[in-house]
Design a protein around this ligand. Structure first.
Ligand SMILES: N=CN[C@@H](CCC(=O)O)C(=O)O
Ligand SMILES: [Zn+2]
Length: 420
């Protein structure tokens, strides 16, 4: 055994999330978070080389050059994985708050040329540098709230050039800052003026997807499948084409209306179906049967302020793997905070803190094809570790609206620390 570069020790409680890397945690297994009291984790050259009690890990890998960090009295977890974000954009949409408070529905704002289409305009107007500066600030906030890996979608371009630009910027940002980014192509995010849904679907299939795939710019393809945006039929056509181009699939499904989105997700065998507020019983059964991950976005439900949340308990009972994400975007979820998502997930999705943590780490890693690298504290994985300044796991969702993160370690390096 080699000596560690970094050894984090004496954690009052360390949640390793071990044992779920081959397949996502489902049902009762979502509560098995691999707790170790007085836990320690050792990292060398960016990767985890030992996990166990402080005594065991010190004995195995403490060397003369090893840097040590004490987590005494604190909780240690893997870095959060945020598997659904739209964090790359220009501008903001706080002007839509008053419309929302007057009761104007989200899709009506879009139909009037606002919503997503308003962000498409502000993104187009912004230079590459402006978009990167704004997105970097958001990514830094995500990091400060413990997110070490995040999926990021295009979808505020809606032309070939603008969608490719977004994907290129995601690649550049991935290299330039600490949060690891997984790029998703989402040209089918809204239908711009001047197109029918069918015409724009053809454009996505014939022009956008082949170019995005040819440049190797995206790992996943996602579609906003919702009556009034992209129908089941259009969504299926787009996703089938994406699959032919070797992209992995995701779907925004059954968010605002129950319309067979989950059933289509299961039929296509997508990696994750996201939102699912209005998923049908048959849809839940189909997701469970196909092992499709339900990526739930409770901060979006909270922010849409309609008292409507995904039926998470039914999904856990049915054996659907649950992941949690911020959905960070300028309209339906302008937040970067996974701890806030965990609180809303416990209070309104009725997940236990253990289930919520599994959803925000290992199952989230599965939802973006990274479970071999992140999402748990296990030998061989990236040294992405959080030290949370809380005495136990219940405290994480319990004390809401603040930041419980004391230190963020990414690839064995301290990349963020709370002010003393
Ligand atoms: N629902 C569709 N897309 C995003 C919202 C994007 C926006 O409003 O800008 C979502 O997942 O909530
Ligand atoms: Zn989304």
């Amino acid at each position: 055994m080699h000596y560690a570069d970094l050894l984090i020790h004496s954690a009052r409680m360390m949640a390793t999330l071990k044992g779920h890397s081959d397949s996502p945690a489902v049902g009762e297994k979502m509560s098995e978070i691999g707790l170790i009291e007085n836990g320690a984790v050792a990292i060398r050259e960016g990767k985890i080389i030992a996990v166990g009690t402080t005594e065991e890990v010190r004995k195995a890998c403490l060397g003369p050059e090893t840097k040590e960090i004490s987590a005494e009295g604190k909780v240690v977890t893997p870095g959060f994985v945020d598997p659904h974000t739209h964090v790359l954009y220009g501008g903001s949409r706080e002007n839509e708050l008053s419309l929302k408070l007057k009761g104007v529905p989200y899709l009506d704002i879009l139909k009037q040329g606002g919503g997503i289409l308003s962000t498409v305009r502000s993104t187009k107007q912004a230079s590459d540098e402006e978009i990167k500066t704004q997105t970097n600030r958001r990514l830094r906030t995500m990091l400060s709230f413990g997110t070490t890996t995040a999926e990021v979608k295009s979808g505020y371009g809606l032309t070939v050039e603008e969608e490719l630009r977004a994907l290129r910027l995601i690649h550049e940002l991935d290299k330039e800052q600490a949060v690891d980014l997984v790029p998703t192509f989402m040209g089918a995010h809204a239908v711009p003026a001047g197109y029918s849904e069918e015409e724009f679907t053809d454009y996505v299939i014939d022009e956008m997807l082949p170019k995005a795939a040819a440049e190797g710019l995206a790992e996943f393809c996602d579609v906003f499948c919702e009556p009034g945006v992209f129908s089941l039929e259009s969504s299926e056509r787009i996703l089938v084409k994406a699959q032919q181009l070797n992209l992995k699939l995701k779907m925004h499904a059954d968010e605002l209306e129950s319309a067979g989105g989950a059933e289509l997700a299961a039929k296509l065998g997508v990696v994750s179906a996201d939102h699912l507020l209005k998923v049908s019983e048959a849809g839940i059964a189909a997701l469970a049967q196909k092992g499709v991950i339900a990526a739930l976005l409770p901060a979006t439900s909270f922010n849409l302020a309609k008292n409507s949340y995904a039926p998470a308990r039914e999904m856990v009972r049915a054996g659907v793997p649950i992941a949690l994400a911020t959905d960070s975007n300028p309209g339906s979820s302008p937040t970067e905070s996974m701890p806030l998502v965990l609180t809303i997930a416990c209070l309104y999705l009725r997940l236990t803190p253990e289930e919520a943590l599994a959803g925000a780490t290992i199952n989230a890693a599965h939802a973006i094809g990274r479970a071999d690298q992140v999402g748990s504290l296990e030998v061989g994985k990236k040294g992405d570790v959080l030290i949370l300044d809380i005495p136990n796991l219940n405290y994480l969702p319990y004390h809401f609206g603040n930041n419980p993160v004391e230190k963020v370690i990414k690839g064995g390096k301290l990349v963020w620390e709370a002010q003393a």
